[in-house]
Design a protein around this ligand. Structure first.
Ligand SMILES: NC(=O)c1ccc[n+]([C@@H]2O[C@H](COP(=O)([O-])OP(=O)(O)OC[C@H]3O[C@@H](n4cnc5c(N)ncnc54)[C@H](O)[C@@H]3O)[C@@H](O)[C@H]2O)c1
Length: 383
């Protein structure tokens, strides 16, 4: 079998996402399984070129994984002919200018979300990519989670009847950093550094809502900075200037209402870190990252409101688990494989820069809605 190597710049590989999900769990995992099979029988073999600012960290990562191609010189890496793809998992603020340079160098581009800080910038990148004739993709990993794939299967199978509402609860307690270190990077809590939970999570909610339930027509959002002071990686106290919780309501095409809470200031009393409850005329489901449970109309209990009596029913026990019926691989890896086939084989891939721009748009409108205290329409984006 012929093997074709494809050079991929992984910029931001020293970060949480760049290292764990993209290098280790995706690109190296693809190599471990022998590469990506293409339509003509060739196997595509990802060749990561590790790029970052810190030579010591890059060398250490390379050595740990038996790699030898790393550099702190992005311009030099972009000039290489054997590099076909630029991937960006840097902090959000650094993304736009690096992607622009990659497009100018004629590379295909795959990137973490959000694509840019503002809708205008995201659309400019989408237009520049179209003009350059290259292929683009934005990470939309939640679509590939087992729980959401089971939910999609229920929707496609007509389980719900007419979908009425979606209730999403996302979040966990992120430590302030004083007596226990924070488990997220401190830039997430400073808006001047591209942080904030709306910018972080609304791009995810946009594609989850659109792909499963319908286009988002309007957004209404209240944000908060519940914890105003935190302690950073170096032990310095800083002012948290970004939103650390967002309470959003979204009206969808088709009439369903989605209400999604996102918070880094909530303690988990749930099965999973994110859960969506979907209620339809024929049945309901609760999906998390991995699991999905249903209750059909025919077996729905009839509780009667009476605060004077103790609860006699175990409501949670009345739901039925949806079986896997499939093998679920890591979501980041599945999307990487799809993007690589898109680049090498021209296989369709709909999560492109325009799709990424819609995520940025929803975040921008969510923040504006919170600032202005009103509901905002979400206009269709066009190139
Ligand atoms: N898809 C998802 O579920 C998901 C989850 C978390 C984060 N993300 C996205 O991934 C990106 C990276 O997030 P992360 O949590 O890995 O962050 P991180 O802080 O762990 O990593 C950031 C990376 O950017 C590099 N960097 C480049 N220029 C920098 C600068 N000027 N200042 C600081 N760092 C700089 C850092 O060295 C590091 O490699 C963000 O855009 C974020 O929105 C996506």
């Amino acid at each position: 079998m012929t093997r074709r190597s494809i050079g991929i710049i992984v910029n931001g590989v020293t970060g949480r996402m760049g290292y764990r999900q993209h290098l280790v769990r995706s690109l190296l995992a693809i190599r471990e399984q022998g590469g990506v099979p293409l339509a003509d029988g060739t196997t595509l073999w990802p060749h990561p070129v590790l790029v970052g600012r810190n030579a010591t960290k890059l060398r250490e990562i390379a050595e740990r994984h038996g790699l030898d191609d790393w550099t702190t010189d992005l311009t030099g890496a972009l000039a290489r002919e054997d590099v076909e793809i630029y991937f960006d998992a840097q902090v959000t603020q650094q993304r736009e200018k690096a992607i622009r340079a990659a497009l100018e160098a004629g590379k295909h581009v795959y990137t973490e979300k959000p694509l840019a800080e503002e809708t205008g910038g995201a659309l400019d990148l989408a237009r520049a990519a179209r003009a350059a004739g290259v292929r683009t993709g934005v990470v939309q990993d939640k679509l590939f989670l087992p729980g959401l794939r089971k939910l999609k299967r229920l929707i496609d199978g007509g389980f719900f009847g007419r979908i009425l509402s979606v209730r999403g609860e996302f979040g966990y307690w992120v430590f302030e950093g004083d007596w226990q270190p924070a488990q997220r990077p401190s830039w997430n809590y400073r808006s001047e550094d591209g942080g904030g939970i709306v910018v972080d999570m609304f791009p995810h909610w946009q594609y989850v809502l659109e792909e499963l339930f319908g286009r988002v027509r309007s957004v209404s959002c209240v944000t908060a900075t519940h914890v105003p002071e935190r302690v950073d990686e170096a032990g310095r106290t800083y002012r948290a200037t970004a939103d650390d919780a967002a309470y959003g309501i979204f009206e969808l095409d088709g009439g369903a209402i989605a209400q999604l809470n996102s918070s880094w200031c909530v303690r988990v009393h749930r099965e999973e870190l994110v859960e969506f409850q979907v209620d339809g005329t024929e049945g309901s489901a609760v999906a998390g990252l991995r699991t999905c449970r249903t209750q059909h109309r025919a077996v729905t209990p009839k509780p009667v409101w009476n605060p004077d009596l103790p609860v006699t029913e175990d409501f949670r026990a009345q739901w039925t688990e949806v079986p896997d019926n499939d093998d679920f691989d890591n979501g980041f890896k599945v999307q990487w494989e799809a993007f690589l086939r898109h680049v090498a084989d021209g296989e369709p891939f709909r999560w492109d820069f325009l799709a990424g721009a819609r995520g940025v748009q929803l975040a921008e409108l969510g923040l504006r809605s919170a600032r202005e205290g009103r509901r905002l329409e979400v206009p269709e984006l066009e190139l």
